[in-house]
Design a protein around this ligand. Structure first.
Ligand code: THU
Length: 157
């Protein structure tokens, strides 16, 4: 038996102001995207913004439904809209911001497993790393690639 470890490195910033210009712009768009939230059941608001290889930024916000599973997270709303609008472009990065009733929490909102799997798919489609920025009121995390938030990605078919 060999004991193996998975090492994950990521960056932590005090605020989006510390990010590079491009990352700061994407992070600001994720916060702006929270305006599109429809979350009458959880009241948890999430905005997401996807940066495409042509420079375009596409918003998404969580959309809830009385039949709960019919709703969708902000990240997948953004990625599916981006893939539909720009089918021939790559997704270079995604940023998300979330909190109860639209107030950013102390810890960054982190993507659910299903959204990570969808990120993995679009990263595999492009063949290049897709970065992820997670934003809270007190700190910002940046991960360089989807592998870092979804180790042992399923990509067997
Ligand atoms: N939600 C997102 O939009 N993104 C996430 O990464 C986690 C959760 C939404 C789904 C639901 O509308 C609400 O937050 C509470 O789970």
């Amino acid at each position: 038996m060999i004991k193996r470890e998975i090492h994950i490195a990521y960056e932590e910033y005090d605020s989006i102001d510390e990010l590079s210009t491009a990352d700061r712009e994407l992070a600001a768009e994720a916060i702006r995207a929270m305006q599109g939230v429809y979350a009458p059941y959880s009241n948890f608001h999430v905005g997401a913004a996807v940066l495409m290889s042509n420079g375009a930024i596409v918003h998404g916000a969580n959309q809830e439904n009385a039949a709960f599973p019919s709703g969708l997270c902000a990240e997948r709303t953004a990625m599916f809209a981006a893939a539909t609008r720009y089918p021939d472009e790559d997704m270079v990065g995604i940023a998300l911001a979330g909190g109860m009733r639209g107030h950013l929490g102390k810890e960054p909102a982190t993507p659910c497993g299903a959204c990570r799997q969808v990120m993995a798919q679009y990263q595999a489609k492009s063949g290049k790393p897709m970065s992820i920025i997670m934003i809270s009121a007190d700190k910002v995390w940046k991960f360089e690639k989807v592998d870092d938030i979804l180790p042992l990605i399923f990509n067997s078919i």
